[in-house]
Design a protein around this ligand. Structure first.
Ligand code: MF3
Ligand code: CO
Ligand code: CO
Length: 275
């Protein structure tokens, strides 16, 4: 199929899906506190998507080749869980860090994003990992413009993570997104400048680095979905869906509660800071 270049009409659809995906993360934030179960967070998001937004949770029953159908509507990945944590009975406790990953479908278009949340008061190490991972995502996004290479994105992320003594998960990557949840290209979170596909105006894809405090190796749990660090070190992830524009990029998963870019990013989105 190749990389789909979105039309002006597609882009309007992607903006709406992206904003709604971000608004689910805004909605769930006040519910994330000690004593709540991940299953309860899933139920709240599921009901909000269907009843308040009129969106469809893309993960529910999602079954890519080699996977059993995903049984819930969001992913909740706690502490050493890297990604694809399945919500359930687990009760969050003070000091946990949790990634909530939300993908909605609206009018056939997907919006995909995730954020890290602190449950009560995190350790200094956990807070730092979440901050640096947020910076990694943004340093990758800041590379995006027509003519840039996907390797530039991966290199920016990897360099920042490793500078802090962290490692980049290799087995999962960002992805093209549109009418399909996962489409071309693959957006690696490591790499070399100038390598891989060149970006073209109208591409839409995610940037979603998974960064481990320890070693990069991972393993899959017996549930067929949950990915954890082999060494049980903490892992963090942030995700935005972005559009390549003539001047750079536009964040599609933008809502009132979206955290602003970190100070380290010197090329903020043109919409936020006109040149
Ligand atoms: N939202 C994830 C991503 O960023 C994919 C989750 S697939 C699921 O690509 F089935 F686990 F939900
Ligand atoms: Co994604
Ligand atoms: Co996601």
């Amino acid at each position: 199929m190749g990389i789909v270049i979105k039309t002006a009409e597609d882009i309007e659809g992607m903006r709406l899906a992206g904003r709604l995906a971000a608004e689910v993360l805004d909605f769930i934030a006040p519910h994330i506190k000690p004593g709540v179960s991940t299953g309860e967070l899933d139920r709240l998001c599921h009901d909000y998507m269907l009843e308040t937004q009129g969106t469809v949770p893309a993960p529910l029953n999602y079954a890519p080749p080699g996977y059993r159908p995903y049984p819930k509507s969001i992913c909740t990945s706690v502490n050493h869980q890297v990604c694809h944590g399945i919500p359930g009975e687990r009760v969050l406790k003070n000091g946990d860090i949790v990634n909530i990953d939300v993908t909605v479908i609206k009018n056939g278009f997907h919006g995909d994003n995730s954020r890290m949340y602190f449950v009560g008061e995190p350790s200094i190490a956990a807070r730092r990992l979440c901050e640096v991972t947020f910076e990694c995502m943004w340093l990758g996004i800041a590379q995006i413009r027509p003519g840039a290479a996907l390797g530039d994105v991966g290199y920016a992320i990897q360099t920042h993570a490793e500078k802090h003594g962290y490692s980049v998960v290799r087995e999962f990557c960002g992805h093209g997104i549109g009418r399909k949840f996962h489409e071309e290209p693959q957006v690696l979170h490591y790499g070399r400048p100038g390598t891989l596909d060149r970006l073209v105006e109208g591409m839409t894809f995610t940037v979603e680095p998974m960064i481990n405090a320890g070693r990069r190796e991972i393993k899959e749990l017996a549930d067929g979905w949950t990915i954890v660090t082999k060494d049980h070190s903490l892992s963090a992830q942030w995700e935005h869906t972005v559009l390549v524009t003539a001047r750079g990029y536009e964040i599609l998963t933008q809502s009132a509660g979206t955290p602003p870019p970190p100070a380290i990013v010197s090329r903020p989105a043109p919409a936020l800071a006109p040149a």
